[in-house]
Design a protein around this ligand. Structure first.
Ligand SMILES: C[C@H]1O[C@H](OP(=O)(O)OP(=O)(O)OC[C@H]2O[C@@H](n3ccc(=O)[nH]c3=O)[C@H](O)[C@@H]2O)[C@H](O)[C@@H](O)C1=O
Length: 407
């Protein structure tokens, strides 16, 4: 099975903080990941009233960054990870934690209410971080009901299980992972967390509905909820359906890139070590966030999609300008520039994609919009703008040099 290099567990499960350095993540396959850190660096004073954290979707992309970070940096917390292991998640994202005594994995579906309720009771959970979701907008146009089921119903059932768990006040925090897409297309201004929801696609509608349930349960049943609404996150361990790993995969197969719409739509990209590795984003929220509040997690790296297209999505928001200053008051900062994060990401995919997802190149869909053959660096590397070339091959992106230590 593909796996990340071993991480070094602490010598005891006492209060010692494991030292997590560069070499700690490079033991199994020397050379792999040697420029990457797959956990964060920050550590807050552990909370007295939180001992056991349930992370839903913990083998998925953002969830696994947070799972690795919290397990390694906080031996004081027991981390219970539940994931149904569908195609976008992978045991390889968390297998490096096997030796950690404070880590426990359960394969399970949030729609299995009995499993969720018994997990909460068995481990005496006092904090939930809810990452599990169907997240791919494109798929939501094709089958919205799957999104209603996995994002709305699953969240409401999880909230219900939490509501009946351990009596009033047992749960100390319920961190719900939402999205900037709940605001809809935002092009004229940077919006703060009070902006009205105007979702434009089935995915964002499902996330908005899920969030409404979170706030309703907070009011009705006292669930101690916090919500984070994030811009686009990218980095190692992301299934190659989102634009960056997808374009990497297409180029590596010498396929044309597939641009939807005009290609001028903007997305704001946050490297996983900033957002999801929890060094800053989720760890800050967990330890410093105020119950009852929502926080935008934004990126200062706006990037348009590549140019010129034939077919667009049924609806494609032009931009998601969200104001992240509220989270910054808690100490959060974006630290990894897009050009650096992109190099690290490309480097990781070049070395690991086939080990992680052996069949991915067979399943990637190039049917609709092939219009441009280009070099990712022409658009996404802010300092490397060059004209779009014809027939660029993998060789041109795989020469990106190591970004050095990240995060
Ligand atoms: C915050 C959300 O981020 C992700 O949603 P989004 O739709 O913005 O991500 P994608 O990577 O699927 O798309 C980004 C951007 O690229 C265009 N595109 C994609 C694939 C392709 O082959 N060609 C393209 O041109 C697409 O039209 C978009 O404009 C995340 O999936 C979601 O969960 C979020 O919450």
């Amino acid at each position: 099975m593909a796996r990340l290099p071993e991480l070094t567990p602490p010598e005891s499960s006492g209060s010692r903080v494991p030292s997590v350095h560069h070499h700690d993540v490079v033991t199994e396959r020397p050379g792999d990941l040697d420029s990457l850190r797959l956990i964060g660096t920050t550590r807050f004073e552990p909370m007295n009233d939180v001992k056991t954290i349930l992370i839903t979707g913990g083998a998925g992309f953002i969830g696994s960054w947070v799972t690795r970070h919290l397990t390694v940096r906080y031996p004081e917390y027991k981390i219970i990870c539940i994931d149904k292991l569908d195609k976008v998640s992978s045991l390889a994202n968390i297998s490096c934690l096997e030796a950690f005594p404070n880590f426990h994995f359960v394969q399970g579906n949030l729609l299995d209410q009995a499993t969720v309720s018994s997990l909460l009771a068995e481990h005496d959970i006092d904090c939930v971080m809810h990452f599990a979701a169907c997240s791919h907008v494109q798929n939501s146009f094709e089958d919205p009901s799957i999104f209603t089921l996995n994002n709305v119903v699953a969240t409401q059932w999880l909230l219900d299980a939490v509501r009946h768990h351990g009596g009033p006040g047992r749960l100390r925090r319920f961190i719900h992972v939402s999205t900037d897409e709940v605001y809809g297309d935002v092009v004229d201004e940077f919006v703060d967390e009070t902006k009205q929801f105007m979702p434009t696609n089935p995915y964002s509608a499902s996330k908005a509905a899920a969030e409404m349930y979170v706030w309703a349960y907070a009011k009705s049943f006292g669930i101690p909820a916090l919500v984070v609404r994030s811009n686009n996150v990218y980095g190692p361990c992301q299934y190659p359906e989102k634009i960056i790993p997808r374009f990497y995969t297409l180029l590596s197969e010498q396929q044309p890139l597939t641009i939807q719409g005009s290609g001028l739509n903007v997305r704001r990209y946050l490297y996983a070590a900033d957002a999801a590795d929890a060094a800053d984003g989720f760890d800050t929220l967990l330890h410093k966030g105020v119950v009852g509040e929502a926080y935008n997690l934004n990126s200062a790296s706006p990037v348009t999609n590549l140019e010129v297209a034939i077919t667009d999505r049924p609806f494609n928001d032009h931009d998601y300008r969200v104001d992240g200053s509220k989270l910054e008051t808690l100490g959060w900062r974006q630290r990894v520039p897009f050009a650096v994060g992109l190099r690290a990401t490309v480097d990781w995919y070049r070395k690991n994609i086939h080990a992680w997802w052996p069949d991915v190149t067979k399943t990637i869909n190039v049917k609709s919009t092939a219009t441009i053959r280009g070099d990712m660096r022409s658009r996404v590397g802010d300092n490397e703008v060059k004209s779009v070339d014809d027939e660029v091959t993998i060789g041109e992106i795989s020469d990106a040099s190591s970004p050095g230590v990240l995060g």
